[in-house]
Design a protein around this ligand. Structure first.
Ligand code: NAP
Length: 340
């Protein structure tokens, strides 16, 4: 493919001076392939997905994206159109999640990306390109959390598992996956009208987020959770740690509540609980491939289509705003196969 002058569409975020500060404006725009960064593999993106980190990038968070103009999108699934290395051939279906994609490398909110081959996974057998983006980084992270919990010895007979941010991207997949694997899942949510959706994807019971995040000066709370997946951090994570059963574990992957943890050592030294850190971005590609293979086989989720909603580039700015305001439910997939 002659890659120098092909025009394509993307969602481009620009920084505009506004007095002493800046405004960040994201809009559908057009670029040329020659403007993409260098890399081994040129990919025609069929689908991307929306994640919390994309919202940060689109809103000028410099700890995510240092330089603008920029194309966010930490996920991409599509077909190879040009490859400098033998491992990938034209027409191969592939998947890219994490590393620097969409952070400081132009990302998946674009009809094309060009990336290093070391970021690219062949699409696992059993997953479609669309399904892979219904999961996306959020689903992949949920799977990593579940894997870490299982590695500590967690099994369904140990008791209830709590999932925070249950209607969000990581949360919905964590609820659905844990339920599929036979766990009893309590979904913690701030959205009181989503009980039937959460029960439909596998939650056994629902718990109110505000109640669970209530500050308490007590060093320990009543033992309840055998395990937990937490996207919130802050007071909510601290209360979870204080109410884990003896030897229980919480997989910590997010900071939507707060990036802080004001804690004591009591739950650790009196109940032997575990705080498990989860990072989906910089895992070795081989490990990423193993988790994706699980999601395509024994961990495949039956109701994926009910969890995801497709949008186009025209709807992207508004959809990112929905996530920013904590109003989103389930996963949003950017469908670049449709007219954009
Ligand atoms: N470590 C990693 O590699 C990794 C990977 C992916 C994501 N993350 C992080 O995980 C977090 C969740 O990502 P996501 O893509 O699932 O985001 P998301 O789709 O925006 O979902 C977050 C959910 O958290 C809940 N929530 C909103 N405000 C809250 C608050 N103040 N306190 C507690 N809960 C709140 C909401 O669900 P309810 O209304 O149902 O409560 C919301 O839908 C983010 O911090 C993200 O950066 C980390």
């Amino acid at each position: 493919m002659n890659s120098t002058d092909v025009a394509f569409k993307c969602f481009r975020v620009s920084e505009k001076a506004d007095g002493d500060s800046s405004r960040f404006i994201g809009e559908r725009s057009e670029r040329k392939l020659s403007e993409l960064p260098p890399g081994d593999v040129l990919i025609k993106v069929h689908y991307s997905s929306l994640n919390y980190k994309d919202v940060l990038s689109a809103n000028g968070n410099k700890s995510v994206t240092r330089q603008y103009p920029h194309t966010p999108g930490i996920d991409a699934a599509g077909t190879v159109v040009n490859s400098d290395i033998a491992q990938f051939k034209c027409g191969d279906q592939v998947l890219v999640t994490g590393y620097d994609l969409g952070m400081n490398t132009d990302g998946g909110f674009s009809e094309y990306i060009r990336v290093p081959a070391t970021w690219v996974l062949p699409l696992p057998v059993g997953l479609t390109l669309h399904h892979s983006m219904v999961l996306g980084t959020a689903g992949f992270t949920a799977a990593l959390c579940v894997e870490k919990l299982i590695q500590t010895g967690l099994s369904p007979d140990k008791g209830e598992i709590l999932v925070t941010g249950a209607t969000g991207g990581v949360g919905v997949i964590a609820v659905a996956l844990l339920a599929k694997l036979g766990y009893t899942v309590t979904a913690c949510t701030g959205k009181h009208n989503q009980e039937s959706f959460l029960k439909d994807i596998g939650a056994t019971s629902i718990i109110d987020r505000a109640g669970l995040a209530e500050p308490s000066t007590r060093p320990l709370l009543k033992e309840r959770w055998a395990g937990a997946v937490d996207v919130a951090g802050g007071e909510l994570l601290w209360n979870i740690l204080k109410s884990l059963q003896y030897g229980g574990s919480v997989a910590c992957c997010g900071l939507v509540g707060a990036p802080t943890l004001d804690a004591t050592v009591f739950p650790f030294i009196l109940r032997g609980v575990n705080l498990l850190g989860v990072d989906s971005v910089n895992l070795p590609l081989e490990k990423k491939g193993a988790i994706w293979a699980l999601l395509a086989s024994s961990w495949a989720l039956p109701k994926l289509e009910t969890i995801g909603t497709d949008i186009t580039l025209w709807e992207l700015a508004e959809s990112l705003q929905t996530i920013l305001e904590g109003r989103a439910v389930g996963r949003m997939i950017l469908n670049l196969s449709r007219p954009n």
